[in-house]
Design a protein around this ligand. Structure first.
Ligand SMILES: Cc1cc2nc3c(=O)[nH]c(=O)nc-3n(C[C@H](O)[C@H](O)[C@H](O)COP(=O)(O)O)c2cc1C
Length: 308
């Protein structure tokens, strides 16, 4: 992909992929419509990760599925609602030049093989395998917590595509470095860290759990230090590009993730309050930051915190 001059200083390489800047859309946030992807691309987003897609359409959980908490954090249990592989491949069939990762979710290696067969001829840059959604049974983290299943799924995806594969890890019962190592040994090229963290909230008046699923995933500001720690540990211990995610709402948060070792970052919850324009304002501020610091390319800051 060509990187225009305007974006040269911000361009980043992740495995064999070049993005015009390090900002990406996190999975599950505005992630199922090509027209929204185009709107985000007009706002100078670097890349997109779609909503996690399963073989069959999924309805998700009844409301309430999303609760805003104080200070820019959220609790959600949407239940991976998505249109399924066939409808979604139709939606993406018009994509020409937007760098899109398709996020995949499934219960077995067969599910993933079926989806790759449908998606692999589309104009996309790679796949993100969701092994970390903390609130859907037999999918996401329930798979991610089983190293044998992780190995089988990632090696099946590897056999079925030549495109780069990122595995999205979270904080479950398996150590995040070990989970990332298992994924890389099975053929993953990139690690995305982290997903939401298993959490819940109870209404003191009704005395009931607020989410219809009772348990959900915590995202936003509160999880940023955990995301930073995971990116730091994975990138320090394993030779693999890492995409950082969790609690980013400012350009300083992007810089912090990159100093911890992220080659690029994904932004999710803050879009609910800030809207798509945040990508334009963050990338402008990142450019000012590297110019002020006398840095030629933003990728030079990746992992600097490891030196200390
Ligand atoms: C409403 C909602 C839906 C999400 N859906 C998905 C999903 O389908 N697949 C996935 O891998 N992550 C999903 N996530 C997790 C985000 O991609 C991201 O990892 C997490 O929210 C942390 O980033 P943030 O703090 O910037 O939101 C979802 C998060 C939210 C808030």
């Amino acid at each position: 992909m060509s990187v225009d001059d305007k974006n040269f200083k911000l361009s980043v390489d992740i495995d064999e992929i070049t993005l015009r800047n390090p900002t990406m859309l996190a999975s599950g946030i505005l992630g199922i419509s090509q027209s929204i992807f185009e709107r985000l691309y007009d706002e100078n987003i670097g890349g997109i990760v779609t909503k996690s897609i399963s073989v069959e359409p999924m309805k998700g959980y009844p409301n309430p599925t999303l609760i805003p908490l104080s200070g820019g954090s959220y609790l959600n249990a949407v239940g991976l609602s998505n249109p399924g592989v066939n409808a979604f491949s139709e939606e993406l069939s018009q994509n020409k030049n937007i760098p899109i990762f398709i996020s995949l979710v499934g219960s077995s290696e067969k599910d993933f093989a079926k989806m790759i067969k449908v998606f692999d001829s589309l104009n996309i840059i790679g796949y993100e395998i969701n092994l970390s959604c903390p609130h859907v049974s037999k999918m996401g983290m329930e798979v991610g917590d089983d190293p044998e299943a992780v190995s089988k799924i990632v090696s099946t995806v590897r056999k079925n595509t030549k495109k780069p594969i990122s595995v999205k890890v979270g904080v479950g019962s398996v150590d995040v470095i070990e989970l990332a190592r298992t994924a890389i040994d099975a053929g993953a090229n990139i690690i995305t860290a982290i997903n939401t963290l298993r959490a819940m909230s109870i209404d003191v008046e009704t005395m009931m759990p607020i989410l219809s699923n009772r348990i959900g995933g915590l995202s936003g500001t509160a999880i940023k230090p955990i995301g930073i720690r995971c990116v730091y540990e994975i990138s320090k211990n394993l030779k693999v590009p890492v995409i950082g995610c969790g609690g980013i709402s400012t350009w300083q948060d992007v810089v912090e993730y990159m100093l911890a070792g992220a080659s690029a970052v994904q932004i999710g919850s803050v879009l609910g309050s800030a809207g798509p324009r945040i990508f334009n304002s963050i990338t402008k501020d990142l450019k000012k930051y590297i110019e002020r610091k006398g840095i030629m390319k933003i990728s030079e800051i990746v992992g600097i915190a490891h030196k200390y």
